[in-house]
Design a protein around this ligand. Structure first.
Ligand code: NI
Length: 154
């Protein structure tokens, strides 16, 4: 495993749409493991999407540092959205900036894990926000596109 370099918002790759993973093989599993290691090496990141390490594939990892541990989502789809919530968001690719974003209060997401198994998960609160934020990265969307009011920069 190795940590990968996180690219920042001036890099045009972050604006591209990522492609579906066709086959979950050892190479994909290595990318997933590297992404978890890269996320864990950050100061306070809770999610990282593959395009943020320069890989245009539909993969993201999330870790709320709770009993669930790191969760890897391959070819994720948000299949249900309910309600609304607002949270202060930041992004490892937009260092030093924060802003309030409105997201669904509860979601259901379907994805594959690194073993290729399909799973579904319900999420609310910060986890739901994080999953939606990471999923946006796969479509080239950054939280700064959705900030309500002012983007606060350090
Ligand atoms: Ni982000």
């Amino acid at each position: 495993m190795a940590t990968r370099t996180i690219i920042t918002d001036e890099d045009p790759l972050l604006r591209k749409r990522s492609r579906e993973v066709i086959e979950i093989d050892d190479r994909i599993r290595e990318i997933c493991a590297d992404m978890v290691e890269t996320l864990h090496a950050t100061d306070n990141g809770i999610g990282l999407a593959a395009p943020q390490v320069g890989i245009l594939k539909r993969i993201f990892v999330v870790d709320m540092y709770d009993d669930n541990g790191p969760i890897v989502f391959i070819n994720p789809e948000i299949i249900e959205k309910k309600g609304k919530q607002r949270n202060q968001e930041g992004c490892l690719s937009v260092p030093g900036s924060w802003g309030e974003v409105e997201r669904p209060a509860r979601i259901k997401v379907r994805a594959r894990n690194p073993h290729g198994e399909l799973f579904e998960m319900e999420a609310s609160e910060l986890l739901a926000t994080c999953i939606c934020h990471e999923n946006d990265h796969l479509d080239g969307v950054l939280f700064t596109d959705k900030v309500i009011g002012e983007l606060v920069t350090e």
